[in-house]
Design a protein around this ligand. Sequence first.
Ligand SMILES: *Cc1c(COP(=O)(O)O)cnc(C)c1O
Length: 225
Amino acid sequence: MNVQENLKRIKENIQTVCEKMNRPSDDVKIIAVTKYVSTERAQEAIAAGVNNLGENRDEGLLEKQAVINNGAVWHYIGSLQSRKVKNIINEVDYIHSLDRMSLAKEIEKRAKKSIKCFIQVNVSGEDSKQGLSREEVIPFVKALSDFKQIEVVGLMTMAPLTNDETVLRNCFRNLKLLQQEVVSLQLSHAPCIELSMGMSNDYQIAIEEGATMVRIGTALVGKEK
Ligand SMILES: *Cc1c(COP(=O)(O)O)cnc(C)c1O
């Protein structure tokens, strides 16, 4: 387990895909998902040159932030209970899991500055998945126009747990189509230029389909818990 070597390999993979797709490789940001690992391991990622970190629990985020405070960018990536919003909202730069009006209201109430939010979409429609259905996204984004503290920077999804490349690709492609629909609305509170999609097992396909942020845990920092 060597974070530096993992990062090098992931970056090479990203570069290969970007060249194939005619995209500049700095189009794609790597978020190191550190939810399974210690603060020490997260620091290895920082030392290797990552500066975007993703956590899915308030405790994990705050614990790591207490130690890592050298300009890292913090992403909250998991399902977020409304009652936990106050614990993290003024500590993070991005929320990747905005998926309901009650959560938007709590963010609006608690945030001291505008928060960059991704709308989480359940593209595949699986019962087990968080997120809005595709049909709900546009009305939801429109309804956020009065929220001063919410900027809809993009859409986020988690693909189904499968190795079927067609299923994965369709999922990412549909998120991209939806994102373009939001962009075409030209809403000042929802530039929606980012696509947060792709994890350890599927980030290359996600990038082929337009991901601008990939959330990589296991393949980058491993899994200790
Ligand atoms: C855990 C998690 C990841 C990273 O998963 P890996 O398969 O370990 O890369 C990405 N996104 C979300 C929302 C997660 O909860």
